[in-house]
Design a protein around this ligand. Structure first.
Ligand SMILES: [Mg+2]
Length: 323
């Protein structure tokens, strides 16, 4: 069977079964934003992500500096989704015969800019020849509190909420591909959302602080990532699409498609979480970014989209899946 027939998530299930369970110190294995285990003094976190030319980026739409920034940002975002602090990174570079030293240096400078901002040190890596450019980053972090956020702890009756606003990254990619012409301000804003995602480390820590237990970062798309929480927690979710905070520039520039971009676009790297109404209120008051309740966890299975009147809402494409 080809991996394209099994699908990305089918393949992960197969490999997770082969890898089996962990040891007594392991808290979270395969299937969350990062692995977590009990270290001697604190909970340790680790995650790895690949960034491949032609799949995650093309040199035409993403300058090398931004490739470096983004490759690391998506890793930091996974640590944010666990409520942890990123510490060290290992960077494996695959380069082609005709890769330019200047481009590799630009890639590294973008990565180092972000690393510095978040107190992350690059402590090692690997370089290999390959038919195309790829960056695989392993990030190591820890939890300062002995508490972490997982995908598997959502409970029926909880509120589903999200930080920030959605849709700008997916809209930015369309602008970068030249599919939409906008005024200069909107153009810059949306391109920047795609090229310069911000990992929400402070927000992840705040969620833990306020008693939230369940979170994921939005990488594949709101609906797809909420579905991951449902799968891991064995619950369902009801998502009220009109409550989803769509980024205002996206609303203006992509009027009829704005909601779709916010629901399934992905790469916004905001945090999606579930908690009691009381805790969500506390998070709203304490957070310096917008926090919006967009639905609730149910006893069912999968994500149900509804409009204002409670009627089913149909979505063309749920989110990104490799293969
Ligand atoms: Mg993630």
């Amino acid at each position: 069977m080809k991996v394209s027939e099994l699908g990305e998530f089918g393949l992960i299930d197969l490999l997770a079964k082969m890898a089996g369970g962990g040891d007594e110190r392991l808290l979270i294995g395969i299937g969350d934003d990062a692995a977590a285990w009990q270290g001697d003094d604190s909970i340790q976190l680790a995650s790895v992500d690949s960034f491949v030319e032609g799949v995650h980026f093309t040199p035409e739409t993403t300058p090398w500096q931004e490739v470096g920034w983004k490759a690391l940002a998506v890793n930091l975002s996974d640590i944010a989704a666990m409520g942890g602090i990123p510490r060290y990174a290992l960077v494996a570079l695959s380069l082609t015969d005709d890769s330019e030293v200047e481009d590799v240096a630009a890639l590294y400078s973008g990565m180092l800019k972000l690393a510095k901002q978040y107190g992350v040190t690059i402590v090692g890596g690997d370089i290999s020849r390959a038919p195309l450019v790829a960056i695989a980053i392993t990030i190591l972090g820890s939890s300062p509190t002995q508490k972490i956020l997982t995908r598997s702890s959502a409970q029926a009756g909880e509120i589903v909420a999200v930080t920030g606003q959605l849709g700008a990254a997916a809209a930015g990619l369309e602008v970068l591909k030249g599919q939409r012409r906008l005024d200069p301000e909107a153009d810059t804003r949306l391109k920047n959302a795609f090229l310069h995602p911000t990992p929400h480390i402070a927000e992840g820590l705040l969620l833990v602080d306020q008693g939230v237990k369940t979170a994921i970062d939005i990488s594949d798309g709101l609906v797809a990532d909420l579905n991951q929480i449902c799968k891991a927690s064995q619950v369902g979710a009801r998502l009220e699409v009109e409550r989803v905070p769509v980024e205002p520039t996206v609303k203006t520039a992509f009027s009829e498609r704005a909601l779709e971009l916010a629901l399934s676009g992905g790469e916004d790297y905001e945090l999606l979480f579930t908690a009691s109404a009381e805790i969500v209120d506390k998070v709203k008051k304490a957070a310096s970014c917008p926090v919006t309740a967009i639905g609730e966890i149910t006893a069912g299975k999968g994500v149900t989209l509804v409009d204002k009147e409670g009627n089913p809402f149909k979505l063309a494409k749920a989110g990104w899946e490799h293969f």
